[in-house]
Unconditional design. Structure first.
Length: 354
């Protein structure tokens, strides 16, 4: 993803691929894969989970995805889905290339790279989704399931991918699937719901251990915001629907009252407010990312500097895109990676709240 993470929406995330690519993918799907449509009489999600058997049927925003047999060739799209598959021992045949938050230019986020190294496997085929889903490349990897429980798939994209292989889409809201739900949904598609639940439990235990060291975090209010250095007149804030805000709640923090008011009735994962109203953002702690600049953009701006958390110094500045990615799209791999640095930074900010 080449644009800022703040612009992540179903409509701005991708441009449509050409008719030629779509035609090629349908042809490839016809030649290579069959049996991708849903069937009647499939096992329910719970029945399949108990028996560990197939078929498995998963409901999503666009219908029901039925996976007839245990997948052997897994493809993933978007963010975090590859982490679930890898953590469950199913190394993808292809996955999305990291174009945001990549620390060394290899197209793989560091926590994912560590897990691949630990598994003793090479990097899967990487698919660049910056300009849309590369259907033909995904089809060429001949998957028998495509995982996208955390994604912003449109109905058209879901339909095209489903012609390649059974495709798991987001259950309810684009780009807002909680990390636990992503883990369970993708895990269930792989026939590993019980193992997925164990991953969640282990991750929750790591969160509890990390936050237990810093009791000052409990009950503090927080907001997660983004400012572009080229346009500091607008503040982007993330709503309680967003995964990064849910992650902050996992750490014992509470939504700032101002964010609750601004987000009331909204189904979006973000909102915008004029910097003229910066002084109304009443969070105890502000987690801030400045795109294209340093924290000086905030401190030196006559309006942004009026944010109460900025005035008291109770701010966590996200200084690089890797940290932004780890906290924005949490997964069973990224959470353990970011906890040792992120939680102490939050605690340091909490210490300044009186």
């Amino acid at each position: 993803m080449t644009r800022s993470i703040a612009d992540r929406t179903p409509t701005t995330q991708r441009r449509r691929s050409s008719r030629l690519a779509a035609a090629a993918v349908v042809a490839a799907a016809t030649l290579v894969l069959t049996g991708c449509s849903a069937t009647t009489g499939s096992a329910t999600n719970d029945e399949a989970a108990v028996s560990g058997g197939f078929p498995v049927s998963l409901k999503n925003t666009y219908g029901t995805t039925t996976i007839e047999s245990a997948p052997k060739r897994v493809a993933t799209i978007s963010w975090t889905n590859q982490d679930v598959a890898i953590a469950l021992g199913d190394i993808p045949v292809s996955m999305s290339k990291a174009t945001y938050g990549d620390d060394n230019g290899d197209g793989v986020l560091p926590w994912t790279a560590e897990a691949l190294k630990k598994a003793g496997t090479k990097t899967p085929q990487l698919n660049d989704e910056s300009d849309g889903i590369p259907y033909e490349r995904i089809a060429n990897s001949t998957p028998d399931v495509i995982l996208g429980a955390y994604s912003g798939l449109t109905k058209q994209e879901y339909g095209t991918l489903s012609k390649i292989a059974p495709t798991v889409s987001f259950p309810e809201q684009a780009w807002a699937t909680p990390w636990r739900t992503t883990t369970l949904t993708d895990g269930e598609a792989l026939g590993k719901k019980a193992q997925a639940q164990k991953l969640i439990t282990a991750t929750d235990e790591q969160i509890a251990a990390a936050t237990a060291k810093y009791p000052q975090l409990k009950g503090k209010t927080v907001m997660y915001m983004w400012v572009g250095a080229n346009d500091p007149r607008t503040i982007t804030y993330y709503t309680p629907n967003d995964s990064r805000v849910r992650f902050l709640r996992d750490l014992g923090l509470k939504n700032a009252p101002s964010i609750e008011r601004l987000s009331k009735g909204s189904n979006e994962f973000l909102g915008k407010i004029s910097s003229e109203k910066a002084d109304t953002l009443d969070a105890d702690i502000a987690v801030i990312y400045i795109d294209g600049g340093s924290y000086d953009v905030i401190k030196n701006d006559p309006l942004l500097s009026r944010i109460p958390a900025v005035q008291r110094g109770s701010v966590v500045e996200l200084s690089n895109t890797t940290q932004v990615m780890a906290t924005s799209a949490p997964s069973v791999l990224s959470i353990p990676w970011v906890l040792p640095t992120f939680v102490p930074e939050l605690a340091k900010a909490a210490d300044k709240v009186r």
